[in-house]
Design a protein around this ligand. Sequence first.
Ligand code: DC
Length: 236
Amino acid sequence: MMGGERIVVAVDGPAGSGKSSVSREAARRLGLRYIDSGAIYRAVTHFLLGHLGTLEKGESYAGHLDGLEIAQRFDPDGSVQTFVNGTDVSRAIRDELIARNIGTVSDDPGVRNFVNGLLRSWSRRESLIMDGRDIGTVVFPDAAVKIFLDASAEVRSLRRAAEYREMGKTVDVNEIRNQIIRRDQEDIARPFGRLAKALGSFYIDTSSMEKEEVIKRIIELIAEAGGPRVVDGRPG
Ligand code: DC
């Protein structure tokens, strides 16, 4: 990273690839701000459900976003809080009701424009590490560093299951694997902002990597961002 310049680091990848935990930790260590773009889509879904009660697939919701203010805070300790009109919704957006409706919201091109505008406005103020599905392809195609984090569906399912166990939840690995596969299909089939490897992105398959190794690799790539690019990728 060049001293004093603002940079954007875009980290995309499928559900369970670990992108949010490693991005958050890399940001914490580097003193950069981390933005969880998935949480922004969740916050929009929360707002729309609160106003409209139910949401219909294929409907356009951009006209219902007046009066919606979303903010996200990243604490130096690495925790993230998301606010809708000043209310902390960080917990509420992890609800099953949000998960059931988010596809309707994130498929809506008007909503995507709204979210993209918000994400870009934050980048004009400070350097960011942002994770999502279309950050390197659509939101910041000129990001200084673009990373595509991947792992096999099997490994992602096992990691998710371990996370749930740590939280004291009972887990059915088959059910988790099915959810991961369903979300992959949704992410790839989305008409706008679908998950894809951005041109010039670094492809990191984390299937047999420790979390610490992935964090170090990301930090290394950011440090090298001012120098020549080595594209360690697979065909997009
Ligand atoms: O990362 P996550 O699971 O919290 O994301 C929630 C949903 O938002 C997920 O279904 C995909 C969608 N999403 C998106 O369409 N574009 C992004 N940049 C980030 C998330």
